[in-house]
Design a binder for this molecule. Structure first.
Ligand SMILES: C[S@@+](CC[C@H](N)C(=O)[O-])C[C@H]1O[C@@H](n2cnc3c(N)ncnc32)[C@H](O)[C@@H]1O
Length: 307
């Protein structure tokens, strides 16, 4: 059985079976969103290559289209199956998550806006209570929307170009990301207060929000610092992970991240005197996590030596 304060390299869908029943106090995980082109994020079977990659935009994007196609426009049956296949992927592990967390435990899942609804359904179907969706306001995000008038100009249709001036296709600037908040129901016939006494789980620490400059609102404003980038393409701010941990756990409780990437959630746990377990499939990111954790331990030892 897996023990706290360890990181494991492998497929968490399998490895999580090595974690004891009702042993975890918080799962904090930035799971694959299922919308990217990195191999670890492709969770559907769609290999469409819309227009065979020959539109100007697709030519420009090159390898990405050749690799995975452009599966977002809903042109084919395979496009439409993506959300369902994401739901089925979540189902392959969510019951294990239910097994290993304690009654009243909280779960924070970073999920993409597009497929988050399927994630919520899979969690509810596995027995979790869906508590809330926190909006993480990133403050900055790339805006990808194309002026439709440009297309009409290229067609030399100046009448339509003028008529549709100011209109765009695509999305609004995606400045927030959802953090889905679930909890495991506590004992039938018990109360939440009893659960807090028995497991130290079930409530949240509102006073801690001040430390992070946040109101007790379900929108967290947290920009990524320079130190929050460069280790993983979807690296999350360390302070945001610390906030979520302090909001819902006390010292010495155990935090799990089964999709840990560069280990941001685990580093946050270590810094806050919580125990941690991490699982990461890609060896490169697993090694990055190990290095971050080891560096933090060395720094802490040095601080003690100088104190
Ligand atoms: C969204 S990223 C996490 C990034 C992380 N929050 C950080 O700050 O670095 C998700 C990670 O899950 C890993 N992953 C995907 N499927 C996995 C699986 N079945 N088992 C373990 N890790 C997996 C990917 O390799 C990727 O590094």
């Amino acid at each position: 059985m897996y023990t706290p304060n360890n990181i494991y390299n492998g497929d968490s869908i399998e490895l999580i079976k090595n974690i004891s029943k009702s042993s975890i106090d918080l799962i904090l995980s930035d799971i694959p969103y299922g919308i990217g082109v990195d191999d670890w994020d492709v969770l559907h079977a769609n290999t469409n290559n819309a227009y065979l990659g020959t539109s100007p935009a697709q030519e420009k994007a090159g390898a990405i289209f050749k690799k995975r196609g452009k599966p977002l426009n809903g042109w084919s049956e395979a496009d439409r199956l993506i959300p369902k296949q994401y739901y089925e992927w979540v189902q392959t592990w969510v019951s294990e998550w239910f097994r290993i967390v304690k009654p009243g435990a909280n779960i924070f899942v970073f999920a993409g806006r597009r497929l988050a609804p399927r994630c919520i359904c899979a969690f509810e179907d596995a027995g979790f209570t869906y508590k809330d969706m926190i909006a993480w306001d990133k403050e900055r995000a790339a805006h990808r929307a194309q002026r439709i008038s440009i297309i009409f100009e290229r067609r030399r249709d100046m009448y339509s170009a003028l008529k549709w001036n100011g209109w765009k296709v695509g999305n609004l600037r995606p400045v927030f990301e959802p953090i889905l908040w679930f909890c495991k129901p506590y004992k039938i016939g018990g109360t939440i207060a009893d659960n807090v006494l028995e497991h130290s789980l079930g409530a949240f620490n509102e006073t801690i929000l001040k430390k992070y400059g946040q109101e007790p609102d379900n929108i967290f404003h947290m920009p990524s610092l320079q130190s929050d980038s460069g280790l993983h393409p979807t690296q999350k701010p360390l302070k945001l992970m610390e906030l979520l941990i302090e909001l819902t756990t006390i010292e010495n409780q155990t935090i799990l991240d089964p999709f840990c990437g560069s280990g941001t959630a685990l580093l946050a746990a270590l810094r806050l005197n919580r125990k941690y377990i991490g699982i990461e499939k890609e060896e490169t990111y697993y090694n990055i996590t190990l290095n971050r954790i080891n560096e933090e331990k060395i720094n802490a030892d040095n601080m003690l030596a100088f104190a």
